[in-house]
Design a protein around this ligand. Structure first.
Ligand SMILES: [Zn+2]
Length: 507
């Protein structure tokens, strides 16, 4: 079966065929780096990562380009307020964005670039549009003449009958149905950064940035352009107009848009107090892999209702998968094989692949793998599972995780690496203080104190204490064994003694 995906341009689920063999060019609108990105942004970025990973899984070679919008009204306003140059100010939020991407296991695009490193290319494209009569200058700015591009509105499916010739808009964002000539180059304003151009000093409009960077790295025509649904109009409509007017070639073949995210059934907004960045959620004690899982679990064309309940469920779901894999790798089973079970594992693989082939239906892909986990666990509990059946189930899980990327428990190590958690190698001292002082000192990224918890103990420290407890149990020193278990419990680490050995997890 082949990969099919909903294309906003055709309004149909189209079979995916790249322009050139198995090479796929993808452009994704990146963040505007004036503040931390919020989880609504990350819904789109996680969708793009699932798309990317599935295309790689299917054997395509990717070239994904992501821009960083580092010049616009917001970046200029905030950098001025902070007394920093645009570059210094945006560098901080580029770094924070990179950290968030690492935490969420988002693969790095092949090309990630700043808009302000491409001003010369933008000036050139604006000049081409001026030369071809698709643009005009007014009051030092340059505008795209919407009426001159006959295909305008084809992506957003706009009715242009009410278009007012010559009406102009200077801002990057405007009303959904208000079609007006949009700005390509904004005349320089006092105290704002500007660049020289033949048509006067100024700075690029937001839309032209993406046309220029997309075509520079992917050519005039390429396979996939994606973003949030709120970018369809005007941003992506305008990208098409600028690019196709300049080159005379079709710009993008598949336009993919992720639906919006709501929080507890309401639109996310600062005034409602339900506006979350990734680090807000980490501060609430949620794991990045659980956040990734929840953002990936809803198919991209459905609105996603983001709740703390959903995050707790996501953590449990991940735990269930990890427990199953633990059993698969550690539990002892009778020798031999159970062919029916291997067929079961193989059919789960086919089902999750079929789900993703079908318009990236992540919900179906999740259901397929959880069905096989249930059946595998049942077979183990009934004594029907055989030593030779491990491989088939492990193979399905591992393949599935190449796309979903939540099986490895890397949260703690990453949170330590990026300074959200203070590391400690504390062992259980014989004198046994109440709780590790280091644990109390642990701070989360937003400055709120963490509970004295597992986050202060490194994986290695926990493993070492478990080994010591095992040794104590072997010499029948149950007092010491219980002491270590209690201490770990206070530090937020739960121990579970199984036939396959002692398993631990963080509360
Ligand atoms: Zn863009």
């Amino acid at each position: 079966m082949s990969f099919r995906i909903y294309n906003t341009l055709t309004r149909e689920v189209d079979e995916f065929k790249p322009l050139a063999g198995n090479q796929v060019g993808i452009y994704t609108c990146g963040p505007t780096v004036y503040d931390y990105a919020h989880i609504g942004n990350y819904r789109t970025f996680v969708f793009q990562d699932i798309l990317r990973r599935f295309l790689e899984y299917r054997g395509y070679e990717l070239r994904q380009v992501m821009n960083l919008t580092d010049v616009d009204d917001n970046t200029i306003r905030n950098s001025t307020a902070a007394g920093l140059s645009l570059r210094e100010y945006t560098q901080k939020f580029i770094r924070e964005f990179e950290v968030d991407c690492e935490l969420l296991n988002l693969e790095k695009p092949e090309v990630r670039i700043r808009a302000t490193d491409h001003i010369d290319d933008m000036v050139k494209l604006v000049q081409v549009l001026l030369d071809k009569g698709y643009a005009y200058s007014a009051d030092g700015s340059v505008y795209f003449r919407v009426g001159a591009f006959k295909d305008y509105g084809k992506l957003a499916n706009l009715d242009l009958s009410g278009i007012r010739a010559g009406a102009r808009v200077d801002t990057d964002k405007y009303d959904k149905t208000d079609v007006r000539d949009f700005v390509l180059w904004k005349a320089a304003k006092p105290d704002e950064p500007f660049w020289e151009a033949p048509f006067g000093p100024g700075r690029p409009g937001w839309h032209i940035e993406c046309s220029v960077m997309a075509m520079k790295y992917l050519g005039p025509s390429f396979d996939i352009h994606s973003g949030g649904a709120d970018l369809i109009f005007p941003h992506h409509e305008n990208e098409i107009a600028q690019s196709e007017a300049a080159t005379g070639k079709p710009f993008v073949r598949y336009w993919l848009h992720a639906e919006h995210l709501i929080v507890n059934g309401e639109k996310m907004s600062k005034s409602l107090g339900n506006f979350y960045t990734l680090r807000d959620l980490i501060g609430e004690g949620f794991r990045p892999t659980a956040i990734r899982y929840l953002l990936a679990a809803v198919p991209f064309r459905k609105p996603l209702n983001f709740t703390f309940d959903g995050l707790h469920q996501a953590q449990h779901s991940i735990e269930r998968l990890r427990n199953f894999r633990y059993r698969l790798t550690k539990e002892k089973f009778p020798a031999g094989e159970n062919p029916a079970l291997q067929v079961r594992a193989e059919s789960a693989r086919q089902a999750f692949e079929a789900g993703l082939d079908d318009n990236l239906n992540t919900a179906e892909a999740l259901a397929a793998v959880f069905d096989s986990v249930r059946d595998g666990n049942t077979a183990m509990d009934r004594g029907e599972f055989r030593d030779g059946d491990r491989g088939a189930f492990l193979d399905t899980l591992t393949r599935w995780d190449r796309i979903f990327a939540v099986l490895e428990d890397t949260d703690h190590a990453k949170l330590v690496e990026y300074g959200f958690i203070k590391p400690s190698a504390a062992t259980v001292p014989d004198s046994m203080p109440d709780a590790s002082k280091d644990a109390v000192a642990a701070k989360l990224g937003n400055g709120s104190p963490a509970e004295a918890g597992a986050d202060s103990l490194t994986d290695e420290a926990i493993e070492r204490q478990i080994a010591e407890r095992d040794a104590a149990r072997r010499r029948s020193d149950y007092a010491r064994s219980d002491q270590i278990r209690d201490h770990l419990l206070k530090a937020g680490v739960l121990l579970e003694d199984t036939k396959a050995g002692t398993r631990w997890k963080r509360k």
